[in-house]
Structures are given as C-alpha cells and as structure tokens.
Design a protein around this ligand. Structure first.
Ligand SMILES: Cc1cc2nc3c(=O)[nH]c(=O)nc-3n(C[C@H](O)[C@H](O)[C@H](O)COP(=O)(O)OP(=O)(O)OC[C@H]3O[C@@H](n4cnc5c(N)ncnc54)[C@H](O)[C@@H]3O)c2cc1C
Length: 678
C-alpha cells in the first residue's frame, strides 16, 4: 500500500474507534481512595515477594529538612550523582528528566519536596515469580503499575505517580551460547552464538562479557542504557546500520504477562507477544525478564572522526549519507547548529572494514562539497587528536594530514580498530559521563523530538530549511545515522518480522532536536514543549507521512500512534486488547494509552474498552514454526579482509545500491561463524 494510503487508513481507523461507544470499568486506586489496598494487604504482598517490596522516599528527600527522610550526610552524594545517568539507574525510583515527574522533589532544598510524581511502592524484582505476584496484586486491586529499569526514558515512561513499581535493574543474568541456540518448543536450532540476558542489564555489562568471547551484539551507544526499554522500543547503535536494530536480533523472550503468566515468546509459541515485544514499546504488553539475542564475531571497525562546518556542509552530509548507509556505515552528528554556524562534530564507523575502505566511500562525499560551494580551505584539522586510534601507520598519519587540509568544511581523520570493543572504548559519542562529560540535561529537563529520514526525505528540496527550522541556539542536534542496509533488511530477524515502525525500514538516519534546560519553572516548560512541537514539525516536513523512533521522541508528537508505529498500530492495539484487556500496563503515548484519562492527581480512569478488530493478532507468517534446521542464512566471513589501496585520486563515484535493496557487501557480510570461545 502506498504510504499515504497507510497513513490515511490508520488515521481513519483511530478516528472510527474514537467515535464508538465503550463500556467503562473503574478507575485505578490511588492512595487515599477507598479501593487503595490496606497496610496489611501490602504487608502480605511483601511476604510473598520475600521482603523485596519497599516504600522509599523520593530520592532527593534526604536534602530537605522538613522531610522525614532528611539526612544531610547523604545529600551531597545525591547532589553529585543527580547529573549522571549511572546514579539514576542505580536508584529504585529515580528517573533522569524531572519535567516528567512534575519536579516533585529536587536536591535543591529551596524547592518543595513530595512523593507526588513518584511510585508509592517498589518491588526490587529478582525473579519472574516476584513480578507475577506484583502483577496479580495490581490487577486484582486495580493499582497502577510502573516499570523502571534505568530511568533513562526520554518520554518519562518509567515514572508513573501513585503506582506500584517493578524495578527490573537487578535482573542482570547472562547466559552465552557459543555455537547455536534452540528456541524453547522449537525443533530446530538457530546457528551461531547468542546470549540470554536479563532485562535489567546495561549495555556496558553485556559488552564486557561479549568482549571476553570476541563477540559483539547490537547495543546502544551509551554504556548505561538498559536492555529492557531499549529493545522494547527497537534499539539502535553503531552496528545497526549493518546488522539491524537490537529488536531485529532477538531470538526469544521470557516475560510475565498482564494475566500473571510466566511465558516464553518465540516463533513457535506466543507469537503475538514475540512480535509485539520487539518494537511495540515497553510497559505495554508484559514485563520482560530476559531477551535472547543474536551475537556475532567482533569484527574490525574503521572510523572517521571530524567536523562538519556550516549549513552547506551539514546539508550536503545529510543529502549524501545514503551512500554510506548502503555500505552499513553508522555515524553520529552532534552539535548546536542553531548557534549561527550550522556546524557539528561527526563520527562514523564501518564494521568489518578498514580505514582504507571507509575512505573509498567517504572521500568522494567530502570532495564533492568543494564542488557545491566552490570553497577549498587549508585549515589544519584539530579534531580527533588523542581519540584512541589503534594500529595506525605513519602512511596513515600522512594520509590523515593530507585529507585534513583538503577542505575546512568537512575535516577529520580515519582510524582503524582491531575490534568492535576497541572502537567502542575510543568512541563515547558525547553520550556518557564517564569521560568527564555529562549527558546533557541529566537531572533536570529534557525533551527530544525526532523524525526518521529516508533517502527520499533527504532529497527533498526544502531539506536545508527543515534542518535550520529545527534548532534554536539552545537546542542540540543529535542525528543518529544508525540506519542502513541492516535496518532495511535485518539479516537475523526471526518470525517473519516484528513490531518495529516500518519507517525504520526505509530510514537512513534519525535526526533529533534535543531541548535541555535547568530549573523547575512551569512557564519555561510550556515554552519548551511548544518549541519542541515546532522543531519536530520542521523535521517531519520533508516526510510528513513518515514516522519516528518511539524511544527518542516527543510524547506529544501529533498522531503519535502513526508516528511511532505506522501501519503496525492496528495489530499492536489488537494484541493489547487481547493480552491486557484490563489495562494492567499503561504509559503515556504507549499502545492503547488513548483509552485512558489521567486526572490532575495522577489517577487513571478508563475511557472505554479497546474494541475488537479484524486485524489478526498473530501474523500469518508467524503462526507456523519455521522449518526445522532453518538458521538465518549468512555466508561465512572471509578469513582475511582484503585491503583496498588508497588511490591518490578520488575514485569515480561508484554506483551505490539503494538502501532497501540487498547489496553485495564488498567485504562479505558477517556470517554466523563461531569463533573459538575460551
Ligand atoms: C544517555 C542515553 C543514551 C541513549 N542512547 C541510545 C542509543 O544509542 N540507541 C537507542 O536506541 N536508544 C538510546 N537511548 C534511548 C533508550 O533506548 C531509551 O531511553 C530506553 O527507554 C531506555 O530503556 P531503559 O530500560 O534503560 O530505561 P527505563 O527508563 O527504565 O525504561 C524505558 C521504558 O521501558 C519500560 N521497561 C523497561 N524495562 C522493561 C521490561 N523489562 N519490561 C517491560 N517494560 C520495560 C519502562 O517502563 C519504560 O516505559 C539513550 C538514552 C539515554 C538517556
């Protein structure tokens, strides 16, 4: 179906639902309401979960003299941790962006402190049985549920007030499979290494174990991001342009459903949930306890790190990025282009390639900028020094110096890394505080607005205006150039597909405008929310019928159902209706959330039941198990990667395979060959 028809049909579908009459059931209980469980009922639940239920004060209460939890000695730890992602991840209730908890309790003692924006009770989940007990309790007593892993969520979906929270952070198990994985209940193996990882693990933990085995997985760019919410929303990273999203690499899921069942979902059982839990969003269908993911050999990586200066160069880089995406290269553009200059820093990488190969594809793009602007500079490059290059030769250094002087519009250096992990060590994407940086906005306010751009979108004649209209001087550009052949045709995807927004399948990048500011002024919040809508509209203007990445988006995105899930929305809604008819799970701008109202006090009340629809909840292709012995086919990687000599002259631009069409990788794709594991 043409995109415009899909768009129209989803809009009509949503409209038709909203005009039907629904049977209402009762509101969720809140503290003080008649239906709120008694202290003895909470005590019983605590016994059932082995004493792992607590009623913590707001995390910054220790800084407030008039709060019973006041403790001056702990306040300085809270204050210093407050601006780091890792500190919030370790707290049972704390989340990173205070604009999503109504500024309930900041470490600033001059501001008020209450628990109003936070859950009331928290389960420190250690087992699926703990989670089952809490879900059964919440369902029968009609208590609102919250799920928090790290609290990174940019849409505030891990902080629901007046709720019973399931804190998944300590579900950190890892089990590695060295040669193959057999999904439970299936009569075939999936060849190649895999890992079953607890949903509370953070990517640094998974990566460090992968490194010990010379393996890699598709993971986020930040070490502190958690597996749970990341995979639920899709999950992209520096390997995804080549290998697909993290959700495209999931082989099996264990979860606890809204009805309290502990289930396995894969292509042989619970196929509806297997589909929905890979891209349908967190906190909606079930609490995931483990994901089993595809792993692959940790290949060498080539990197370019540099700077793109001015709106001309920035636009040029966007227009041409499809050529890099078609080769499985990923990158990140980062800066404040609205501060007049239109400039940004840039890093890009090509897995299973050498710097020479990366140069072969990138250099024609850099060279072309001179043709567009007629400008050729001679400025020395000062980017990338000390950035952790490994294995560079003196010839390579000469080449880097030569390239750096060719133009001052796009300047940078090429580097080789022996493995994915060496590359990750040297590349922080300005996303991590561990190297003396603070992830912008942490501990205060953040709104991200984004859109997925395809080759068609970047070819739009108004691209430059769309970019310029998306940033004021206080707004950060973070363009995750992490889509490409791998997201268009994920090489390891199981079950015939997943719930990831179809817009990812044509995307080559996910530009975002990131608004971050300090303070707790509600007028300022309203202004920045309005700005975010304006910037988002500018990004969407080059592809209004497209969509965006639900984990890095504005929860107020107009028509979010279509923007986050496109044509997958009706099927997701049907799965929500059948798997969670009582609305045990709820979060803002999540599937089915439009059937509930939230009062000013944070009480959830149903607007009506989700009506049944014709859309089958199980896709035809996922109903039957795949044929026995049906590994995802991928050829063996070459023993040695052939080095392509650097030509003094820029090569005539090679024809580029369009994204979306399987390409022949010049290096050979990475196959499921298993390295010897110690
Ligand atoms: C510093 C930083 C860097 C980032 N980098 C990337 C990146 O490189 N690539 C990328 O794709 N995204 C990135 N993100 C966005 C990230 O994917 C989202 O913030 C994601 O929601 C984080 O998931 P979490 O489990 O860590 O966080 P949380 O905030 O704890 O949870 C996020 C959502 O998932 C739900 N959830 C969590 N665990 C479960 C579970 N086990 N079962 C059911 N629901 C669950 C929560 O209720 C919430 O709705 C980044 C975010 C930050 C703050």
């Amino acid at each position: 179906m043409a995109p415009s028809l899909v768009f129209a049909s989803v809009s009509l579908f949503i409209l038709s639902l909203s005009t039907q009459g629904f049977a209402a059931s009762s509101c969720k209980a809140i503290p003080g309401s008649e239906s709120w469980p008694s202290d003895s009922e909470w005590a019983e639940l605590n016994t059932l979960v082995g004493g792992r239920l607590s009623k913590p004060p707001p995390p910054a209460a220790v800084c407030h003299r008039n709060h019973p939890a006041y403790d001056e000695s702990q306040c300085s730890d809270v204050t210093s941790g407050w601006r780091t992602t890792s500190w919030h991840a370790k707290q049972p209730m704390s989340t990173m962006w205070q604009n999503y908890n109504n500024y309930s309790c900041l470490p600033d003692p001059t501001t008020p402190c209450s628990g109003d924006g936070y859950p009331v009770y928290v389960l420190d989940a250690k087992t699926p049985e703990d989670i089952k007990a809490v879900i059964d309790f919440a369902r029968t007593k009609k208590v609102r549920i919250n799920i928090k892993n790290t609290g990174h969520d940019f849409l505030g979906r891990s902080t629901n007030p007046k709720s019973l929270s399931i804190w998944t952070h300590n579900l950190k198990s890892q089990k590695w499979f060295e040669t193959s994985f057999t999904p439970k209940g299936c009569n075939f193996q999936i060849q190649g290494p895999a890992v079953t990882v607890g949903s509370g693990a953070q990517w640094s933990e998974v990566n460090s174990k992968a490194r010990e085995r010379s393996l890699a997985v598709v993971a986020g760019a930040s070490t502190t991001v958690g597996v749970g919410g990341y995979i639920a929303g899709g999950g992209h990273g520096p390997l995804s342009a080549k290998f697909g999203l993290a959700a495209d690499n999931v082989l099996e899921i264990e979860a606890v459903t809204a009805s309290g069942e502990i289930i396995t979902a894969n292509e042989c059982q619970n196929q509806d949930l297997f589909w929905a839990l890979r891209g349908g969003g967190g906190s909606t269908f079930a609490v995931v306890t483990t994901y089993t993911m595809k792993a692959f050999p940790s290949v060498p990586v080539a990197r370019w790190i540099g700077r793109v200066s001015g709106w001309d160069a920035l636009t040029h880089m966007h227009v041409n990025w499809g050529k890099m995406a078609a080769q499985g290269a990923s990158g990140y553009l980062n800066g404040y282009p609205g501060r007049g200059s239109g400039s940004a820093s840039m890093t890009m990488n090509m897995p299973n390639a050498t710097a020479t190969t990366l140069h072969r594809y990138l250099d024609p793009i850099i060279t072309n900028i001179e043709g567009i602007t007629g400008r050729r500079g001679s400025g020395d490059d000062d980017e990338g020094s000390g950035s952790g290059s490994r294995g560079g030769s003196s010839n390579r250094d000469d080449e880097n110096r030569r390239l750096a002087k060719r133009t001052n519009l796009i300047t940078g250096v090429y580097q080789d890394f022996a493995s994915v992990h060496d590359f990750l060590d040297a590349t922080t994407f300005n996303r991590e505080e561990g190297v003396g940086q603070v992830f912008p906005g942490t501990g205060s306010n953040k709104i991200i607005t984004s859109w997925l751009w395809s080759e068609k979108a970047v070819a739009h004649p108004n691209l430059r205006q769309a970019l310029m209209g998306a940033f004021d001087s206080d707004t950060q550009l973070l363009n995750d150039l992490t889509a490409g052949v791998g997201t268009a045709n994920p090489p390891f995807i199981r079950g015939g597909g997943n719930a990831v927004n179809p817009a990812w399948r044509t995307a080559i990048m996910r530009p975002a405008a990131e608004l971050q500011w300090s303070g707790s002024d509600k007028v300022k919040l309203a202004k920045r929310k309005a700005d975010a809508l304006k910037f988002g509209a500018s990004l969407a203007s080059v592809d209004p019928e497209g969509g965006t990445y639900l984990n890095e988006a504005d929860p107020d995105t107009p028509n979010w159902q279509h923007a986050f899930w496109g044509s997958n929305y009706p099927r997701l809604l049907e799965i929500k209706r059948t798997r969670d008819p009582e609305g045990v799970f709820w979060c803002k701008a999540c599937v089915g959330s439009e059937y509930w109202d939230v009062s000013a006090e944070g009480q959830l009340c149903p607007k009506g039941d989700i009506p049944a629809m014709d859309t089958p909840s199980v896709a035809p292709e996922a109903q039957e198990p795949a044929a026995p012995e049906a590994p995802v086919s991928a050829p063996e990687p070459p023993a040695n990667i052939p080095e392509t000599p650097v030509s003094e002259e820029a090569p005539a631009s090679a024809p580029q395979p369009p994204v979306g069409v399987p390409e022949v990788d010049p290096l050979g794709p990475i196959g499921p060959t298993v390295p010897t594991v110690a």
